[in-house]
Each structure stands twice: as C-alpha cells, then as structure tokens.
Design a protein around this ligand. Sequence first.
Ligand SMILES: C[S@@+](CC[C@H](N)C(=O)[O-])C[C@H]1O[C@@H](n2cnc3c(N)ncnc32)[C@H](O)[C@@H]1O
Length: 281
Amino acid sequence: MADKLPQEMESDSWAGEMGEKWNTYVDQFEGMIAPVGAAAIEYAAFQPGERVIDIGCGGGATTFDIARKIGDGHVTGLDLSQTLVDTANRRLAESGLSNIDFICDDASTSSVNNYDVLFSRFGVMFFEDPYAAFQNMRRFLKESGRISFVCWGPPTEQPWVGQLMAIAGKYVELPAPVPNAPGPFAFGNQDYLRDILESASFRNLEITLWRGKQQIGGAEATPESAARFVMDALFLGDALADQADEIKQQAYQEAVELLRGYSSGGKVELEGCAWLVKASC
Ligand SMILES: C[S@@+](CC[C@H](N)C(=O)[O-])C[C@H]1O[C@@H](n2cnc3c(N)ncnc32)[C@H](O)[C@@H]1O
C-alpha cells in the first residue's frame, strides 16, 4: 500500500514533476476548472487601477482574466514552477497585454510587496507550513490590502475525485486520508482554514461555499478523452502507476463507462465544491 494518497502533495513536487505534468495538460486542467475560476474572479471584485498578485498562477489563465479587469492597474503571476512561468510568458508575448508580469518564486518565502489584492485559484494549498506561508504572504499586501482566493472544499464532497478513485480502490489498497495534509484538499476543513488566516492577522474573514461542475478533460471532451485525461494526468493514473498495463487498461475502460453517464453536449461534467475566501489586512 502507498504511504499516502496521490492527492497529498507538497509545493516542492510542483517545482518538478507536478509542474511538468500541469504544463503538459495545461489546456485540459484550465478548462476543467474554468467555471469555478470565473466564480472566483467575480467574487474578488477587482477594481480598475489595483495592483494584484496571483499566487500559484500556473500557465496564467486567471492572471490574464484579472489583467482585463484592472485597466491601468498591474497583475503579477507568481509560480514555483519555471516551466509554467515560461508557458505564461509565451502566452503573454502573444496577448498584447502590457499590465502583467510573471515571476518564478516560492510564495512561502518570497518578499514581493506593495499589492492591493492577493488572488489565487487553487495555488495556496500545498505549503508544508501553511501558518508560516500565510504570515509571509500577508506581507505582500499594503495595509489596506485584501485576499480573495478559491480552494477545494471537503474531500468527501468531491464526486469528481471520489467516483474516479473508487475505480482505483478496486485494484489497490488506498491509505486513509491524512487530515489537513498539504495538497488540493488541505483546506477542506473550514475551521482549519479559518485558524490559519486568523493566525496571520487577516480580519473580516468570509468563506462562501461554491458548488458546481468540473469539466473533466477540459471544456470539450468525450468520455474517452476525459478517461484518458484522468488516467494520464489526474489521481486515478497516479494511484495505479505501479500496476500492470492490463489493469490500467481495465481501469481506463471503467472510467469511460462511468464518464459516459456524465457526458452531454460535448462536455463531461462531475460535481465538486470549493470555498471562496476573502479577508482584509
Ligand atoms: C492546481 S495548480 C493551479 C494553477 C493556476 N492557479 C490555475 O488555476 O490554472 C497549483 C499551482 O500552484 C503552484 N504552487 C504550488 N506551491 C507553490 C508555492 N509555494 N509558491 C508558488 N506557487 C506554488 C504550482 O506550481 C501550480 O502552478
């Protein structure tokens, strides 16, 4: 049995293998979380002229959305993965936008400063010590600044993960989840998240539940392409990485059958939930 679930991962994996993987499938990953990203951008209520930092910006999809909202303001996309920063910079060169820059840095130790808003779509859940990281990130903001980010909600309320991992569970013994472990679901427990933010002296904390669909395999997908994506890029493939090819092929077929039930109109969509979080300095 593996010593931890594949979805329990820390920041340093993003500097290497995870960053490479996200980069290879960047369009599918960004397409998958586009609906929740749109909700997070709306929730942040960006104003023209604001200076924004987008933490864990990946290939920069949300950074470009923010740039279009802030007019003569400025947005910095910050990410630990040099590969993803290179992709973001390539997209920037083609975008015609001039109010953006991208930097490769670790948010838990970076000393960037003078921002009005700290935003993130799923980029702040991987810190080994989230208490220290949020204390550090508060220093990125002006005294009048605010944070507004989205992170995944409770892991038990994510059918887009649970239904697929149930397939893995037929072939391998999965370890019990470690509560609050760094990884996508680190902040599922709202009390833990609240404690981290209050310990970093954020005030006026609001946490709002978002429920909606994850577009598995990207904004356009068939059951076959979505199943290929979950085997090659999502946790199901990671959980079965050491298994024989026949088992992987069997699991792929089961994923196709499962996802057929969630396929319509050129999309494959499963439910999930996230916390929209905002607070002031
Ligand atoms: C799930 S991806 C989200 C990417 C992007 N925000 C999006 O929504 O398309 C998480 C991102 O956080 C970045 N990341 C993880 N730990 C980080 C850290 N300590 N400092 C900066 N970026 C980090 C990863 O490299 C990765 O690009």
